[in-house]
Design a protein around this ligand. Structure first.
Ligand code: SF4
Length: 238
């Protein structure tokens, strides 16, 4: 079975976007189509003044991405796309990735590594990041990972997923068929739900519940980055 390259997996609290504050498990794909060197630079408008410490770093003795320093200038995820860190990438089949993500969630109160926490009943959020999480191979991987999850019990699979993306990649037919609007709602019902949602959205405590009812599975978070910014509209318009 096909293997997909990724830099790391980890379990933490989401710190940005709609699911801020929600326990989440991440899969960081390897590869990005951009190279955003402008972050943290004294003059982001002048590439000639850029300092890029990741370029000077020698990773030859590094065995794991968690042993790398955090670079304050340039892309802080350069280890997930720069060729010099290629030896740190991992390759796994979709089944193995699902198992790796499960293991990330295991702790004393969640010994099975379930997405639905056995004590709090809270649903852990799944995040695809990168690199670029919507490169063609990453979209294919997400589709296959999703089909592995479909064969699992409700407590073992994610109920909400975010792709953290630079917004430049066209979505494949296979991806939109799997994660896109499945046509669950007729026009009238959709209109009714939109109006109802707007009214309820103003009630803060019900926002997340209703957003999840309308859009239960997927969210694409377009991340701000120096070069990606001008491409965002491409994805939003598609
Ligand atoms: S799109 Fe994101 S991961 Fe890619 S280079 Fe830019 S900031 Fe880094």
């Amino acid at each position: 079975m096909k293997e997909y390259a990724f830099s790391e997996t980890f379990y933490s609290i989401q710190g940005e976007g709609f699911y801020t504050g929600v326990p989440s498990v991440w899969l960081r794909f390897f590869l990005c189509n951009l190279q955003c060197d402008g972050f943290g630079q004294d003059d982001p408008t002048n590439p000639e003044t850029y300092q890029l410490p990741y370029k000077d770093f020698d990773p030859i003795d590094v065995k794991n991405v968690t042993d790398l320093p955090v670079w304050e200038k340039g892309c802080d995820s350069s280890y997930s796309w720069s060729k010099k860190f290629k030896h740190l990438q991992k390759k796994q089949t979709p089944e193995e990735i699902v198992e790796t993500l499960r293991r990330e969630m295991v702790n004393a109160y969640n010994p099975g590594g379930d997405f639905n926490h056995p004590v709090s009943r809270a649903s852990t959020h799944l995040v695809y990041t990168g690199g670029e999480s919507l490169m063609k191979h990453a979209q294919e991987a997400a589709v296959e990972i999703n089909s592995v999850y479909k064969s699992k019990g409700n407590h073992e699979r994610p109920w909400n997923t975010t792709w953290e993306t630079n917004g430049t990649q066209p979505l494949t037919d296979q991806f939109t068929r799997t994660f896109g609007n499945r046509g669950l709602y007729s026009g009238e019902l959709f209109f009714f739900l939109v109006v109802l949602s707007y009214l309820l959205y103003r009630e803060k405590s019900l926002r997340r519940l209703y957003a999840q009812m309308l859009f239960p599975n997927t969210m694409i978070l377009v991340r701000q980055c120096a070069k990606g910014q001008r491409h965002q509209q491409l994805l939003l318009d598609s």
